[in-house]
Design a protein around this ligand. Structure first.
Ligand code: CAA
Length: 386
């Protein structure tokens, strides 16, 4: 076992940290308050190679491993979770899904634009009545011979107002249940694609989350990913890796809140000494540091398993479940350590606390992660790789 990050990993971490602290931090409070989309920041993230980190260089990506992606997500999420969710969906749901399961034509057509950040992609699974119960798709893709006719509504779509392609899960053979679902690549310029209003959210406020309506959208057959009926498995397999990205985001939120709380506790004095010298605060910081270290090991291990081509279904669900609970718990504690200052925007911790909540909800709620974990362990999947 080796807990040492490589030179390459340390370099990725350092670049991401510097970018987040120097280029994302100034302006993040204003963007969050005004729900201002981070156009310049996302463009810059494309230039720095953060939008297609794991995509093979053949398609213009960084050719990096999952751990590199996790390290970058973690540093960016210490500061700006609107930017990191846009990055996460583009990298681990859209680019990874396309590169792993797409045809050569689909990869050549879409990956270079997505990996460079010139285009963003969205992952369209959730519906008004199909969130956790994702097999209950109402969106239909009727087989018309050489094309599908797509109708339905998707909601909570990250990058919904800016993305150029959607990976849309839709039902083609209702009698087959989840085995009748297809994933279609839909260009957002296609006639019949309509974008609803931007959601006004508790956290990740400057990311663009929208409802999308599809009315008689003609999607060529060659835009289907995988065999007929592969769409639900595509979504589940892709979300397995996506959950590692969100776990890294949660880890970053917890780490960012902890770094701010630790720094504040050293310079804030009460009763004649810095507050980190009072046991009430020192113990909070000790609990934060301990649980964040535990979350880090789980998230890095899930990434490592994926990179080793070993089964990571349970590991990614466990990492997301634990890291998101740690992010929520300790971002609340970071606000408490800051006292009244924690309650105002200027000190950044209240934003991290608001951002933490969504990591327990998207890409599978904490309850869905427990479903996945309990099914895996009842199938006697090994606790650690054999
Ligand atoms: N890999 C491969 N196949 C899988 C799989 C996996 N990880 N998980 C399930 N499947 C397969 C099953 O084997 C089964 O296939 P067969 O019929 O051939 O046996 C099929 O998929 C159906 O699976 P289940 O019977 O387990 O389905 P279920 O109805 O019980 O649901 C669930 C399982 C885990 C609860 C699933 O519905 C789920 O993950 N729900 C949450 C959805 C989710 O995470 N949504 C997030 C939206 S995306 C997002 O948030 C992005 C963003 O913008 C930030």
């Amino acid at each position: 076992m080796n807990f040492q990050l490589s030179e390459e990993h340390l370099a990725v971490q350092a670049v991401a940290r510097e970018f987040a602290q120097k280029e994302l931090k100034p302006g993040v409070i204003e963007r969050d308050s005004k729900m201002e989309y981070p156009y310049e920041q996302i463009k810059r993230m494309g230039e720095l190679g953060f939008m297609g980190m794991m995509v093979s260089p053949e398609y213009g990506g960084g050719g990096m491993d999952t751990l590199s992606y996790v390290l970058a997500m973690e540093e960016i999420s210490k500061v700006d979770n609107s930017c990191s969710v846009i990055m996460s969906v583009n990298n681990s749901l859209v680019c990874w899904g396309l590169e792993t399961f797409g045809t050569a034509e689909q990869k050549n057509k879409y990956l270079p634009k997505l990996a460079s950040g010139e285009w963003l992609g969205s992952f369209c699974l959730s519906e008004p009545e199909a969130g956790s119960d994702a097999t209950s798709q109402s969106t239909t893709a009727v087989d018309m011979g050489d094309h599908y006719l797509l109708n339905g509504t998707k909601n909570w779509i990250t990058s919904g107002g800016t993305s150029k392609i959607h990976l849309v899960m839709a039902q083609t053979h209702p009698e087959l249940g989840s085995r009748g679902i297809n994933c279609l690549i839909v260009e957002t310029s296609s006639p019949g694609v309509a974008i609803g209003a931007k959601e006004d959210k508790l956290g990740i406020r400057s990311s663009d989350t929208h409802t999308i309506m599809y009315t008689d959208v003609v999607v060529p057959k060659e835009n289907r990913i995988g065999e007929d009926g592969f769409g639900f498995k595509f979504a589940m397999k892709t979300l397995g890796g996506g959950r590692i990205g969100i776990a890294a985001q949660a880890l970053g939120i917890a780490g960012g809140a902890y770094e701010l709380a630790l720094g504040y506790s050293k310079q804030r004095t009460t009763f004649g000494k810095p507050i980190n010298q009072h046991q009430a605060i020192a113990f909070k910081l000790a609990d934060m540091a301990t649980e964040i270290e535990a979350a880090k090991l789980m998230v890095y291990r899930a990434a490592w398993l994926k990179d080793q081509h070993q089964d990571y279904t349970a590991a990614s669900a466990m990492a997301k479940l634990f890291a998101s609970e740690v992010a929520m718990r300790h971002s609340v504690e970071a606000v408490q350590i800051h006292g009244g200052y924690g309650f105002v925007k200027e000190y950044h911790v209240e934003r991290l606390m608001r951002d933490a909540k969504i990591t327990q909800i998207y890409e599978g709620t904490s309850e869905v992660q427990r479903i996945v974990i309990s099914r895996e362990i009842s199938n006697d999947k090994p606790y650690l790789p054999a």
